[in-house]
Write a protein that binds this ligand. Structure first.
Ligand code: PEP
Ligand code: MN
Length: 348
């Protein structure tokens, strides 16, 4: 942080600012010019509180933050990409990982058919919500623990790993017994009690970007989980809310390479919630591969017309298979470029 004092500040005014900075645990290095004094702030302390206090002082002209407010998740902290191992699958490594399945777990038949279909097509992780964050309290809320048991059954039958959503810190321990990855939905990206609890859950976490959240806010939420003890966080772009109505959300595709510059955490794309329309999903899957995502999370359902949630954006299993087949040449190019990236990172 750099504090630029107003022109011709007095000695007392400068000392007052330095005292406040020290109060927050920092050291000061000031550069005193003829007319203006610039104070450099270094060390470790409560950066937000210090910034806000100093900014409000009348003798201060401009306060500039230098290092990112997120530390552990930043590229500065770790140059090479974090690889997260789940059940023999590596996310953020040499493979492009596809997670797929229905929006909600609805019945044994539905989840078994989904699991078999997506596994056959090459997905490695089965998705399916047992706790559903619905906009309306009258909509289907999920099968809860019964749904988790069905996911376990599907895992046994197909070997797929399981990802499922957790909505409350009260459920973390229970869901951990069934899931390989815990998903934080867009609506809970800033549920800080939940994020803190996930710091202690001992499982990788998929953190979805909030509907109206910036990339930096997403990184701050990831920082919560990591700072509370869990370094295994995967980020997910799932579209944000804009004035556009032709798609359910607006897919911020540039967020993926931007995140890849800012953080070492793996980043995946959810083309289903990003568009809300199944016809647009395959094109966005290709875009996700091309732009350097580490994987996808795609909604697929054996009978989307009968789905209790998000049917319009779910591919049926034949369409999912076709999408995965058409993705193969793109994934081959992705693998080439990932090899080059890893080699380049090793020589840096
Ligand atoms: C989901 O994955 O079904 C879901 C509810 O997603 P999001 O939190 O991104 O809306
Ligand atoms: Mn959904």
């Amino acid at each position: 942080m750099i504090i630029s004092m107003k022109l011709r500040s007095t000695r007392e005014e400068i000392d007052e600012v330095c005292a406040i900075v020290r109060h927050y645990g920092y050291k000061v290095h000031s550069i005193e010019g003829e007319e203006r004094v610039v104070i450099g702030v270094v060390g470790v302390g409560d950066v937000t509180a210090c910034f806000e206090s100093v900014e409000a002082m009348p003798q201060v002209d401009i306060v500039t933050r230098i290092s990112a407010p997120y530390k552990f998740v930043s590229r500065e902290f770790r140059k090479e990409k974090t690889r997260i191992r789940v059940d023999g699958i590596e996310i953020g490594g040499d493979e492009f990982v596809v997670m797929a399945g229905p929006c909600s777990v609805e019945s044994e038949e539905q989840i078994m058919k989904s699991a078999e279909g997506v596994a056959r097509a090459g997905a490695k992780i089965l998705r399916g919500g047992a706790f559903k964050p619905r906009t309306s309290p009258y909509d289907f809320q999920g099968m809860e623990e019964e749904g988790l048991k069905l996911l376990q059954k599907a895992k046994k039958a197909t070997g797929l790993a399981i990802i499922t959503e957790v909505m409350s810190e009260r459920d973390v321990e229970m869901i951990t017994q069934y899931a390989d990855i815990l998903q934080v939905g867009a609506r809970n990206m800033q549920n800080f009690m939940l994020l803190k609890a996930l710091g202690k859950c001992g499982r990788p976490v998929l953190l979805k970007r909030g509907l109206s959240s910036t990339v930096k806010e997403l990184l701050m939420s990831a920082e919560y989980i990591v700072a509370h003890g869990n370094a295994e966080v995967i980020l997910c772009e799932r579209g944000i809310r804009t004035f556009e109505t032709v798609t359910r959300n607006t897919c911020d595709i540039a967020a993926i390479p931007a995140l890849n510059e800012l953080t070492h955490l793996p980043v995946i794309l959810d083309p289903s919630h990003a568009t809300g329309k199944r016809s647009l999903v395959p094109a966005l899957c290709r875009a996700g591969v091309a732009i350097g995502a580490d994987g996808l999370i795609v909604e697929a359902h054996p009978a989307p017309e009968k789905a209790v949630s998000d049917g319009a954006q779910s591919l049926d299993l034949v369409q999912f298979q076709k999408m995965m087949d058409e993705l193969k040449p793109y994934v081959a190019l992705w693998q080439e470029s990932r090899k080059r990236e890893v080699a380049a990172a090793a020589t840096r």
